[in-house]
Design a protein around this ligand. Structure first.
Ligand SMILES: [Zn+2]
Length: 233
């Protein structure tokens, strides 16, 4: 950790869990008797759009009642004070990084508070429900879907993520299980590029052996401590 200038941070569900945002797989992976994999797919949306819209309306409403925690706040502080390049790549679809004040955030799996218009391809902000088929504010068509990367769809902005990894000196994975690709593979990409790697997670992730260093515990404790360490070097 001597000459770190450019940092790529990957965050996952473990960062938002302490804000009370549950993961897909809580509750045995079921939602109203449906497997989440059967709700979060383009095929499900084609087959039963009301079911899918209701699921995302519920989650969109829920995240707006939650607040950022100490881990979000610490990363926002790092973003504000770090003079080198920094990119917070998040798998989370809530807006808690932004509400904590972070600016350099990339949502690789989309955002609950955006809709995606199938008619004009714009992504207007949407805090209310989609089940009532609101008109797109850009084109007027009632063709909005959640702006969420579903199972079987390509995560967003992978070129930017890999470009940032190529320039990085340090890759930090925070609160992710290491089970969902392609994000789970970033640590290996980073290692191949000679980037130092650090895991901060509640427990050893599936890929924990790939990291140069791993620290285990709650994100709300580990992340603020790590940020202070980095900023004081
Ligand atoms: Zn539109």
């Amino acid at each position: 950790m001597s000459s770190i200038r450019n940092i790529v941070i990957l965050t996952g569900a473990g960062v938002s869990a302490e804000s009370g945002i549950d993961t897909f797989r809580d509750g045995g992976g079921l939602w109203e008797q449906h497997r989440v994999e059967d709700v979060a797919t383009p095929e499900a949306f084609a087959r039963d759009p009301d079911l899918v819209l209701r699921f995302y309306d519920m989650r969109r409403e829920a995240i707006q009642t939650k607040q950022p925690n100490a881990a979000h706040r610490a990363l926002a502080k790092l973003d504000a004070e770090w003079e080198g390049d920094l990119l917070i790549v998040t798998q989370n679809v809530d807006d808690l990084h932004e509400r904590a004040g972070a600016k350099r955030v990339l949502h690789m799996h989309g955002e609950h508070l955006n809709a995606w218009c199938m008619a004009c391809d714009e992504r207007p902000r949407r805090t209310g429900p989609l089940i009532d088929r609101p008109a797109c504010p850009e084109c007027g068509e009632a063709a909005l879907r959640p702006d969420i990367v579903w199972f079987g769809e390509m995560p967003y902005r992978m070129d930017e993520i890999f470009a940032a990894l190529e320039q990085a000196d340090l890759f930090v994975s925070i609160g992710t299980s290491g089970a969902v690709y392609p994000a789970a593979g970033f640590v290996r990409n980073a290692r191949e590029l000679g980037v130092e790697t650090l895991e901060l997670n509640l427990e050893p992730s599936q890929g924990t052996g790939w990291f140069d260093e791993a620290r285990h515990g709650p994100a709300s404790a580990l992340v603020p401590a790590w940020v202070e360490e980095v900023l004081s070097r």
